[in-house]
Write a protein that binds this ligand. Structure first.
Ligand code: UDP
Length: 260
């Protein structure tokens, strides 16, 4: 749609970002006591919490793999997460997103150490504003690391897209709704492996290359925030978690894992 101007002549977008700017991102590791690993991410107006359980015995025996753990992902969006109430339960979209995230995460985990087990990843979207699959997989990878599950490297994810014929990074909700194309990328910087790649809309081959390079560069930047979130959690003494010297809650997200 070229009739609605999403980017002005100076390259400023509606939320005053430049074409290659990310929305603000905050990541916090270890936010749930009852999960083996967990993470919370705020990315623009997205708010997502992830809990990881396992590796634990795979109860459905026919799904067990004798040589490795399997990764099961449940991505779900709360009914109240979007302006127009979403029907509860998992529809086709949630199943598709769960599947592609499971495939991406599976590539990052050293799963042959845990035969016949399951690693269960619950991604709960509390507020959604475009790019939830990228934010979800990014937080899930932090939660898996927080669970102490060995990985070849964490997956970071980000999308690039096209608005008013111009390639830009990290579409927000309005841009996603009326923009021309969207390209979510999941990337393991350590191995330089692309583990998630989807495309919605149309890019020319040149635009595709530009969008891909932009998204991959952002993944490298986001990986630093993932690491900072883990360093922040694991450099704290247990009694320090969540409290300051006076025993009062402190703003955990004010330091590590923040891009503003
Ligand atoms: N969305 C919505 N209702 C739905 C599904 C999606 O309002 O039932 C919104 C939500 O803000 C979501 C955005 O549309 O983030 C884009 O959805 P998409 O399927 O492209 O996935 P995402 O970009 O979140 O990975």
């Amino acid at each position: 749609m070229d009739d609605i101007q999403l980017i002005d002549k100076k390259g400023k977008r509606k939320d005053s970002r430049g074409p290659e700017d990310l929305r603000p991102i905050k990541i916090e590791a270890g936010v749930l006591d009852n999960a083996d690993g967990s993470a919370y991410i705020e990315w623009g107006k997205n708010k997502i919490i992830v809990g990881v359980y396992g590796p634990r015995e795979m109860h459905q025996k026919h799904l067990q793999r004798p040589d490795k753990a399997i990764v099961q992902v449940s991505y779900s969006m709360a009914s109240f997460s979007v302006d127009e109430r979403k029907k509860p339960g998992q529809g086709r979209r949630e199943h598709e997103i769960s599947k592609i995230i499971a495939e991406a995460l599976e590539r990052s985990i050293i799963s042959d150490q845990y035969p016949r087990t399951s690693i269960d990843v619950y991604i709960e979207v509390l507020e959604a504003s475009a790019g939830t699959r990228c934010a979800g997989v990014t937080a899930a990878s932090v939660a898996i690391a927080d669970a102490g599950i060995p990985m070849i490297g964490m997956v970071a994810s980000c999308a690039a897209g096209k608005i008013n014929g111009q390639v830009v990074l990290d579409l927000d909700k309005l841009e996603d709704n009326i923009g021309d194309a969207d390209l979510p990328v999941g990337y393991i910087p350590k191995t330089e492996e692309v583990v998630l790649l989807q495309m919605d809309g149309h890019f020319t081959p040149e635009e595709f290359d530009k969008a891909f390079v932009l998204a991959r560069g952002a993944c490298i930047q986001i990986q630093e925030l993932q690491k900072e979130a883990l360093v922040k959690k694991y450099s704290q003494e247990p009694e320090e978690n969540g409290t300051d010297d006076n025993g009062e809650n402190k703003d955990d997200m004010a330091e590590g894992g923040v891009l503003q």
